[in-house]
Design a protein. Structure first.
Length: 397
């Protein structure tokens, strides 16, 4: 198949699941990417070097581009029908300009695109729907977390217009059914990882690890409080945090306030190699996710899948789809959100029980191999793509 990925950012460190998905798909299919932005990140995932895909970045619309909207790719019934909703005129004009760029890119390719796929049902995905309606191609969407838990004004419309909806968990599937007017099947395709990438054996060190965006919903302030409790019994223990984000300074100030800054290492973003070494040698992975005031919460964090593939057990919370990844007490631990005392208990269990920690690590990898293996998940995705393409062809006849 010839598949066009329409994305807001590409590539980006925090969306490794998109890279993993494309990496597997491009082994058998022709993948093209049209992205609105190219993130200015110095460190990238190593899979990008092995990809054979074409990537096109959009140009930011200017006022002079408005005259370009007066052409058949925009002034036609299918596109105008999709644009019949209330929106800021400048935003709508910009989205139509982007849609024209996307249409032009697809029409200039030397092959015919079978479908347009995207991730996150955010407002910008209306651009993909415009292009798909003009080109008479199916449009599919994968939903994740913020896009449905804190929906944009256009989320419901995007889910309604998409030919197929895909999401990452049973929890999300139920949430979409309960909160959006969806009268079509919702498919589950996990945001899996490549187990072979995380298949080294490391000697365990004297540290715990977090790999995460440093934002509120990750619950890292509660991890710091829990760690401060554990340090009273294990004063030489370290807690290392990999990642960047808006709460970077807040978390550093929290560590200072708790008097544990000497034992907490903020490593920012690191290479894939460094990440694997840090996670693989850790005693445990900590990510006590919470639901924030606006309703946002995590889906199923991919970083925890990577840790489990490396046989490093995770401590997290029982929200959203996380219990679909972690079987409490079997391959990791789940606690109630915002409960540092319980998190500290699990820290200590992993420190003091080597045999149990090792057994949990083995079971954690088994769970990834069986249920969160990107190769298996992409096979499911391929079936969905092929079915929607065939159904769309039948509808056009």
């Amino acid at each position: 198949m010839n598949i066009l990925y329409f994305l807001y950012n590409f590539p980006t460190l925090s969306e490794s699941f998109v890279i993993n998905e494309i990496y597997e798909l491009q082994k058998k299919h022709n993948i093209y990417v049209f992205a609105l932005n190219k993130p200015g990140e110095n460190i990238q995932h190593e899979e990008l070097d092995d990809m054979n895909i074409m990537v096109k970045y959009a140009e930011r619309p200017r006022y002079r581009n408005l005259k370009e909207l007066c052409y058949s790719g925009i002034i036609n019934l299918p596109v105008l029908r999709e644009a019949l909703y209330l929106e800021n005129p400048r935003t709508k004009a910009a989205n139509l300009c982007y849609a024209k760029q996307l249409i032009d890119y697809i029409e200039e390719l030397d092959t015919e695109i079978n479908l347009i796929h995207s991730h996150f049902a955010a407002s910008d995905k209306i651009i993909g729907i415009y292009a798909a309606s003009y080109l008479k191609k199916p449009f599919t969407i994968t939903t994740h977390a913020l896009d449905i838990f804190v929906p944009s004004p256009l989320t419901k419309r995007i889910l309604k217009k998409a030919n197929q909806i895909i999401t990452i968990s049973n929890y999300n599937k139920g949430y979409i059914k309960d909160n959006f007017e969806v009268n079509k099947p919702i498919h589950i395709v996990r945001a899996g990882v490549r187990p072979e990438k995380f298949n080294e054996k490391f000697e365990k060190g004297n540290h715990f690890i977090t790999v995460s965006r440093l934002i509120e919903k990750k619950g890292l302030s509660y991890a710091l409080v829990a760690f401060s409790k554990v340090l009273k019994r294990f004063p030489k223990l370290e807690y290392r945090i990999i990642g960047s984000g808006s709460h970077n300074i807040i978390l550093k100030e929290k560590a200072n306030e708790l008097g544990i800054s000497r034992n907490v290492k903020f490593l920012s973003n690191v290479s894939d190699r460094r990440l694997i070494e840090e996670v693989g040698s850790a005693l445990g992975f900590i990510l006590p996710c919470i639901t924030v005031d606006d309703g946002d919460k995590d889906g199923i964090p991919v970083a925890m899948m990577e840790s489990m593939a490396l046989k490093t057990p995770c401590i997290s919370t029982n929200i959203s789809g996380i219990p679909e990844l972690i079987d409490n007490g079997e391959n990791g631990f789940l606690v109630e959100p915002k409960n540092p005392a319980k998190i500290a208990e699990k820290f200590i269990l992993l420190i003091e029980n080597d045999d149990r920690r090792i057994e949990m690590g083995e079971r954690a990898r088994e769970k990834i191999l069986m249920d969160f293996n990107i190769k298996k998940e992409v096979q499911n995705l391929e079936k969905i793509f092929q079915a929607v393409n065939e159904n769309y062809k039948c509808q056009k006849r």
